[in-house]
Design a protein around this ligand. Structure first.
Ligand code: NAD
Ligand code: USQ
Length: 403
């Protein structure tokens, strides 16, 4: 297959590009390197020493890898260049990672909210419009998030995208339908992903585009077999208060002797997946594209769920780290259960990497090895969700009334 990887320099995109090239696909990375600019803005850098993209690509080829192309362009703004690229490359598939993906970053200020909305919605819409204008039959696989569902369960397993509903019509008959599972985003970032879903539904319906939306949980781990081949191929590892995700933060905190920062009571339950499984899920999704005329295919890309305080407990037990309960800078439910259906990817052959298998290796091989590069001042999460919290008051979840 010829595959464009939008956002191919990022944490998920880089190992995916290497994995797909290894399988014999022709891969072209499209990236505006905005993630690297944000590193400078935040003065918070990957714990692992990542090479510039050019050096990564040269190292990959030097090691005998199938050459990977690179186009530096802004998917959200350079529409004409994106269109020419699609027309020139005539890809079979496009994998779309090219969005601002950190919830805390999206909540930092009005500027960050506006940037996240402008970037993410325009990037997604430009890809869809360009596929239609090119007239080429491309399968689009997008990385969405489990966060589109919110994290409540309503006493049921969260289905893969669609919820069967039954309503009573005016004539008293019962009407059955499947609708997109009601969105309940917890940050501006997560909200952009809920809006992406509507773009996809519309373009699948109106233009017959073939689209897979992968609702991914929190990715943990760092390396895949390909990124381990040479240190110049190493994947990024974010640990700072904006981009670091919870489990990788705990692993890094344990390695540098920093107390594990559990927000509030740590009762938040979230879905997780190892980066090795991320790249395999994308492969599986690309190998089975939906037929034209089908609705958007939604897959829950996660392998296990854990409560944050339990994760801290596991890491503390393995490493001897101390756990600290810190005020929660977010506005989110203090406790939630989460049951998720992920039968579709398991049915396609995914064999999950479990937490038990990977945790210790991750601490020893990555977090401890690069601990000397850590800037401990960047660990605290300082982005608050509301002005009330910014002023130092605790978060207050507002229950909206129907009246
Ligand atoms: P990342 O920030 O490391 O990578 C995103 C890449 O996209 C970066 O290289 C960035 O420079 C590029 N990019 C952003 N906007 C762009 C634009 N307008 N034009 C061109 N390139 C652009 O993020 P990641 O962790 O690799 O996440 C990739 C995708 O997966 C995101 O869409 C994210 O929402 C989703 N996701 C990530 C996680 C996770 O835990 N990391 C979990 C669920 C879903
Ligand atoms: N948390 C802590 N301590 C920390 C950091 C986080 O207790 O030091 C808590 C947060 O309050 C939250 C949970 O851990 O309850 C998860 O936070 P996170 O930063 O690991 O994950 P999140 O903000 O949800 O975002 C990440 C990715 C995002 C992706 C999402 C998948 O950055 O791109 O969409 O995970 S999901 O969570 O399933 O929506």
């Amino acid at each position: 297959m010829r595959i464009l990887i939008l956002g191919g320099d990022g944490f998920c995109g880089w190992p995916t590009s290497l994995h797909l090239a290894d399988l014999g696909h022709d891969v072209v990375i499209v990236d505006n390197l905005s993630r690297r600019s944000i590193e400078h803005e935040l003065e918070a850098y990957s714990l692992t020493p990542i090479e510039p993209l050019g050096a990564r690509l040269r190292a990959h080829q030097e090691l005998g890898g199938r050459p990977i192309g690179f186009e530096r362009l802004d998917v959200a703004r350079d529409y004409e260049r994106l269109l020419s690229l699609i027309e020139g490359e005539r890809p079979d598939a496009i994998v779309h990672f090219a969005e601002q993906r950190a919830a805390p970053y999206s909540m930092k200020s009005s500027r960050h909210k506006r940037y996240t909305v402008d970037n993410n919605l325009n990037a997604t819409h430009n890809v869809l419009a360009a596929i239609v204008e090119s007239g080429i039959d491309v399968h689009l696989a997008h990385l969405g998030t489990m966060g589109v569902y919110g994290y409540g369960t309503a006493g049921m397993r969260i289905p893969e995208g669609y919820l069967p509903v039954e309503v009573v019509a005016e004539d008293g008959s019962r009407v059955r339908q499947e609708i997109l599972y009601p969105s309940n985003p917890g940050s501006i970032y997560h909200m952009t992903k809920t809006q992406d879903q509507l773009f996809f539904a519309y373009y699948a319906k109106n233009d017959g585009l073939r689209i897979t939306d992968l609702h991914q949980g929190i990715v943990w781990g760092t390396n895949t077999p390909q990124t381990l081949r040479d240190e110049r191929l190493i994947n990024r590892f974010d640990y700072d208060g904006d981009y670091g995700t919870v489990l990788n933060r705990f692993l890094m905190q344990a390695a540098v002797g920093y107390p594990l920062t559990v927000h509030g009571t740590g009762g938040q339950t979230r879905a997780f997946i190892h980066i090795r499984d991320t790249v395999r899920c994308i492969q599986l999704a690309l190998e089975r594209p939906p037929e034209p005329g089908n609705r958007v295919r939604i897959l829950n890309q996660m392998t296990e769920t854990h409560r944050v305080r339990d994760l801290a407990g596991i890491v503390a037990r393995l490493t001897g780290a101390r756990v600290e309960f810190v005020p929660n800078p977010r506005s989110e439910a203090a406790e939630n259960d989460l049951h998720v259906s992920n039968d579709l990817l398991l049915g396609l052959g995914l064999e999950p990497t479990t937490l038990e298998e990977g945790l210790l290796a991750e601490v020893a091989d990555v977090a401890r090895r690069y601990a000397h590069r850590a800037d401990l001042d960047k660990i605290p999460c300082t982005s608050t969700w509301t002005r009330r919290q910014e002023a130092g008051a605790p978060s207050k979840i507002v229950e909206l009334t129907t009246a």
